[in-house]
Design a protein around this ligand. Structure first.
Ligand SMILES: [Zn+2]
Length: 277
């Protein structure tokens, strides 16, 4: 069965996200561990963790990922870099207790010129996070859409190689790919992308996809998400990804604005399901 899920709010408790994804008929999930716009690191007690695991197992929601805070910048060598590291260390140690596979991370920005020193800070910080966290949790690099770190497969490949850990994997976001000129609206284009991914990163490093349509045209350098079928990408790319033998078994997670503006919803998932052959 196709693994289709959504980014869902944890308001009211982490287990509520499981009930919400089940209510809109998704079978995999992405959540924040705590507020994505602050640095308060979540601490869950045993009861909360147990409640989460019970809901997860009862409703068979799998896999589940964290999405790291939006404030993370691992190329920063000051306070922000330090807090970024601490929040990810906290998250990747919490993940295995909750049956969460790992954290999906926007690496951040070089804030101006990409110097060798800033690059070193970045890879050193990722290395330290991995060193201080549970060996079962994954550090998932998401491709960037808006002139931040990790826009191209070449760039991501370099980082993955230099960090050199089998716990580092990659999440590809369709909107961010589109924003950087990667057009996957034919089988041939998708196959080319996968070949390139294998060449620069290694295809075994691809873990999941974020499914978002794009408000902006191909190669715009912007990363504003749109509901499935309502943006510039259109439905064909999603149809191909959902059915191609080389991609159909990945988890696909939506982060769409929602048809009522309330975030990822059943309608977006239903449209995707209707594309599965
Ligand atoms: Zn995304």
């Amino acid at each position: 069965m196709t693994k289709l899920g959504a980014h869902i709010s944890i308001a009211g408790g982490h287990h509520k996200a499981i009930e919400r994804i089940n209510a809109i008929k998704g079978n995999c999930l992405q959540i924040f561990s705590s507020s994505p716009r602050g640095w308060n690191f979540v601490k869950l007690d045993e009861m909360q963790i147990q409640l989460f695991n019970e809901s997860k197992n009862n409703l068979r929601i799998d896999p589940i990922y964290f999405h790291a805070s939006y404030l993370v910048n691992l190329a920063d060598d000051g306070r922000i870099g330090h807090l970024s590291k601490q929040s990810l260390i906290n998250e990747l140690n919490l993940a295995p207790l909750m049956g969460v596979k790992g954290s999906i991370v926007h690496l951040g920005s070089y804030k101006g010129e990409a110097t060798p020193k800033k690059y070193q800070t970045l890879t050193k910080n990722i290395g330290e996070i991995l060193e201080k966290t549970n060996s079962n949790s994954l550090f998932l690099i998401e491709n960037a859409g808006n002139r931040k770190i990790g826009q191209t497969l070449e760039e991501i490949g370099q980082i993955v190689k230099d960090v050199g850990s089998n716990r580092v994997k990659v999440c590809l976001d369709t909107c961010h790919l589109f924003s950087n000129g990667y057009d996957l609206r034919s089988d041939r284009q998708l196959e080319e992308l996968l070949l390139k991914f294998d060449k620069y990163i290694g295809i075994e490093k691809l873990e999941l996809w974020h499914f978002n349509d794009s408000r902006d045209p191909l190669n715009s350098g912007r990363d504003r998400h749109e509901n499935i079928g309502q943006g510039e990408i259109g439905l064909e790319e999603f149809r191909i990804l959902l059915n191609h033998p080389k991609t159909k078994d990945y988890p696909f997670i939506i982060e769409t604005p929602g048809f009522d503006g309330e975030g990822p919803d059943k309608k977006n998932l239903d449209i995707l399901k209707s594309l599965v052959k």
